[in-house]
Design a protein around this ligand. Structure first.
Ligand code: EPZ
Length: 443
């Protein structure tokens, strides 16, 4: 994806293409089984990929718990180790990062390409040692994903930025707090500025920040190390930089998007599922839409949600928004659910420019969908039929799983490795709820 850096005359850099992984496996789903029972959601992917780089800002070891065992986490373990940090990672248990031996400030091309969040090493290394060099990040191909706002934020903290040949170089001497007003709400930009500002001299004020749950979780983690972050989750975040940060043991929040995907899958199969370890208040926009469709959603004890369907689903309209609006990451699984709702649903994707690729695949399963620019018109059909389909990105893969679970017959999902970037043990979880789902090698 191209990005422009006004500081050096908008050099157009070679757009880094997400790594297209060779198909090694396929997922096989025989649809029609209602999901029933209880499941525990994993820790949040998009919080984990911010909190792990943040450990580099510390002057002592940190231990993080509840991390999901997913590809993006494993990629960050490799990156921190190559920077010289000592990382002890026990999947499903904890990760301890001792940043003291880390002397590196560069992340190579292949490592940067493994995930979108590699660019958080820019903010973390800028805060740690005043400089950083990271290649253009990878991540899901859901449209142009420039990072001009990240670079604007770093410059507001006194950094020189350079983006040439697909590499981003930043250096600040000194790194000083400043005011950042984002032109649009950006999760990545907000996180990157928070990371650098935590160790900058003086105070940083971020106007028009993102308010997602993982923004608040990162602030809580930074504060647990002695940082002074106030206002996360509101329209203004203020950070008073600290000379040093002490060690911490921190438990990341549950995954909002995995919770939502499981809720949608329960509704899609007309099952009865209780999801434990989640935060119902993070799910309110999805819960409201599911209730509008006629799905029964019950919040239990502030840490569980029960989803049941009795009867048919009504069509609804979806418009993705920044938090607390309907999350763009749930647009894809939700649009799969809407293919068999009674009536016509309109889905507007306002955050990313190309986040409907999954709909071509689901149309192969019998869905009737028309896409005009960033709007999908979904005419409900009585049922879907299993077919061979291909995942094109993480949440597109999740949408194909939802479609396969509800379809009549067998669905083959190629390139399921995309799904592994953001969902921990997805087949095991769904099988424990009664799904007929497995994976097999592809010759
Ligand atoms: C994060 O992506 C998430 N990724 C995405 O989740 C999520 O969809 C997105 O936030 C929105 O919630 C991670 O946290 C690793 P943005 P990010 O910066 O940071 C434009 C998933 O499936 N923009 O909030 O890339 C941008 O093009 C992934 O888990 C600029 O123009 O999202 C987009 O249109 C997919 N310039 C919009 O803002 C910038 O400098 C929102 O992007 C930055 C962003």
């Amino acid at each position: 994806m191209p990005f422009h850096d006004e500081a050096i005359g908008a050099q157009e850099v070679s757009p880094a293409q997400p790594e297209i992984m060779p198909t090694k496996e396929r997922m096989l789903i025989t649809g029609g089984n209602p999901l029933e029972g209880e499941i525990r959601v994993s820790g949040g992917k998009n919080t984990a990929v911010a909190v792990i780089p943040a450990t580099l800002l510390c002057d002592e070891p940190c231990t993080i718990e509840n991390l999901p065992d997913i590809e993006d986490v494993r990629a960050l373990v490799d990156i921190l180790r190559k920077l010289g940090a000592t990382v002890t990672y026990v999947p499903g248990e904890f990760m301890t990062v001792d940043p003291r031996p880390a002397e590196g400030s560069k992340v190579g091309y292949r490592d940067s390409q493994r995930l979108r969040a590699s660019y958080y090493l820019l903010g973390a290394l800028l805060g740690r040692c005043g400089q950083a060099e990271v290649a253009a990040p990878g991540g899901c191909d859901i449209g142009p994903r420039p990072i001009d706002q990240h670079l604007k934020g770093f410059r507001a903290l006194g950094a020189q930025t350079e983006a040439i040949g697909g590499r981003i170089r930043i250096k600040a001497d000194p790194l000083e707090g400043g005011d950042v007003f984002f032109d649009m709400v950006t999760v990545g930009g907000t996180i990157n500025v928070m990371l650098a500002a935590a160790r900058a001299r003086g105070t940083t004020t971020i106007y028009n920040p993102a308010k997602e749950p993982h923004i608040v979780d990162l602030a809580n983690f930074l504060n647990s190390m002695g940082a002074r972050v106030r206002g996360a989750g509101t329209d203004v975040i203020r950070i008073r930089g600290q000379q040093s940060l002490h060690g911490s043991t921190y438990t990341v929040i549950p995954d909002q998007i995995e919770t939502g995907t499981l809720m949608i899958a329960a509704a899609a199969t007309r099952g009865d599922v209780t999801i434990h370890g989640c935060i119902p208040t993070h799910m309110e926009s999805l819960t409201a839409k599911l209730l509008e469709m006629g799905v029964k959603v019950t919040d239990l004890d502030n840490d569980a949600i029960r989803v049941r369907t009795i009867g048919s689903h009504r069509a609804v309209n979806i418009k993705t928004q920044v938090y607390p609006g309907f999350p763009t990451d749930l647009q894809q699984p939700m649009s799969a659910l809407l293919t068999t709702a009674r009536g016509t649903s309109i889905v507007q994707e306002t955050i990313f420019e190309q986040r409907f690729k999954h709909l071509d695949e689901i149309a192969r399963m019998g869905a009737i969908i028309q896409v005009v620019d960033r709007t999908a018109i979904i005419n409900g059909v009585p049922e879907l039929y299993g077919a061979p389909v291909t995942a094109t990105d993480l949440r597109a893969g999740a949408a194909l799983v939802v479609a396969g679970l509800m379809a009549k017959g067998v669905t083959e999902i190629y390139e399921p490795e995309y799904i592994d970037r953001g969902y921990e043990h997805i087949e095991e979880k769904l099988r424990s709820l009664g799904a007929d789902i497995r994976r097999e090698p592809v010759d």
